[in-house]
Design a protein around this ligand. Structure first.
Ligand SMILES: [Zn+2]
Length: 388
């Protein structure tokens, strides 16, 4: 999902007619990174439509106001967070669209209102602060030229290259902490030890590595992994179960580590935030940039990488795996198995679109690398999986 979609999609400003996802839904039965969904406010509650199929069906439900709780949320309290009980667990919605928040306030019953008014006040204050910042930055006529230039990537790359690793770490750390807070983390055991061993084999082969990579294993059936700026990587147990060998996990990790090393996440952040981020970087305002990135909230985790970035991460990952004396065949096999035909793999596909061309490119690259005898890992993969 492209995070700028909400604000630029025609029709998304009207909550009642929107056909675009205008909120993010979380729940124990949903993918851990959340599902973009469409929310409408009705006189009795919220009407929720999950556009992505869950269990093969589009899910359509009405959530009554009774039993709902509301608070401000997101990284900087600029989102409305609605929680309600759902099949013995709970579900949570992150609402960001201002018109949707406004119509929620109009329709919500009195008992929700006092709390809601405080929350909405917070959301308004954050928005106002952001608009003021935007007005200052875009005030100069030069800004238009610069904005056009953003499209050419030159300015984005210049800005990204000026971001110190320290800032990057602050952005990633904060986003990672926010995400992990809502998850069940696997803290020890065979799987964690194995993931750490694989990670170390790879990171030992990165010359002048400025990052301290931190890989967190999160309990979820989602077949996915993602990397945040500064070296914060999350691997879901669903991916470990799906992988048939540690070589396959190494392939995915090699790919993710390269997104970090090549600063792909930062590029996406600067592109999404636009001129405001560029000005903040060039004026050396660390707090400003970290704050802006935090306001992207949960969207930071679902930022979609570009096709070129995926290709770079694939090739960089393959070479890293090879340098670590791990067979690149695992990476290629795993990517082949994640073909779009396999409908269970929606999560990994949504953040890292797979294609036959990607696997083919990896095969060609692997064939060009010198043959070598892989070095085995210290654990037995079947045992690691059995411990999950
Ligand atoms: Zn990727």
């Amino acid at each position: 999902m492209e995070s700028s979609k909400e604000s630029s999609a025609p029709g998304s400003t009207s909550a009642s007619t929107s056909t675009f996802p205008n909120a993010l839904c979380f729940g124990s039965d949903l993918p851990a990174a959340g599902v973009p969904c469409q929310v409408e406010v009705t006189p009795v509650g919220l009407h929720l439509l999950l556009p992505q199929p869950v269990g093969g069906m589009r899910t359509d439900e009405t959530v009554p106001f009774a039993g709902m709780s509301v608070k401000a949320g997101g990284f900087d309290h600029d989102q409305l967070v609605v929680t309600w009980p759902h099949q013995g667990n709970s579900r949570t919605l992150y609402l960001k669209d201002p018109s949707l928040i406004a119509s929620f306030r109009r329709s919500a019953p009195p008992e929700l209102i006092p709390h809601l008014e405080r929350t909405a006040g917070k959301v308004r204050r954050v928005r106002l602060g952001r608009r003021t910042l935007l007005a200052i930055a875009v005030g100069a006529p030069l800004a238009l030229v610069v904005t056009l230039w953003l499209g050419s990537d030159t300015l984005v790359n210049m800005a990204v290259s000026r971001i110190p690793v320290e800032w990057e770490r602050a952005i990633g750390e904060s986003a990672s902490r926010e995400f992990i807070a809502g998850q069940t983390v696997v803290k020890e055991g065979a799987a964690v030890a194995a993931v750490q061993e694989i990670t170390k084999r790879l990171t030992d082969q990165i010359p002048d590595n400025p990052y301290q990579f931190q890989v967190t294993v999160v309990r979820s059936d989602t077949v996915n992994a993602f990397a945040l700026p500064g070296g914060y990587v999350v691997v879901f147990t669903g991916l470990l179960k799906k992988a048939e060998s540690p070589d396959e996990v190494a392939g995915v990790l090699g790919h993710e580590l390269n997104h970090v090393l090549l600063r792909h996440g930062l590029e996406r952040i600067v592109k999404t935030l636009g001129i405001v981020a560029v000005v903040t970087i060039f004026t050396g305002n660390q707090e400003g940039l970290v704050g802006l990135a935090q306001r992207l909230g949960i969207e930071l985790i679902t930022l979609k990488f570009g096709r070129d970035q995926e290709r770079e991460a694939d090739l960089g990952g393959l070479r890293l795996v090879h340098r670590a004396k791990i067979s690149p065949d695992g990476m290629i096999r795993f990517f082949e198995r994640l073909s779009p035909a396999d409908k269970q793999q929606v999560e990994l596909l949504s953040t890292h679109p797979m294609s036959a061309a990607r696997a083919e490119r990896l095969k060609t690259e692997a064939a060009s690398l010198p043959r070598q005898e892989p070095e085995p890992f210290t654990f037995a993969w079947k045992g690691v999986q059995a411990a999950l």
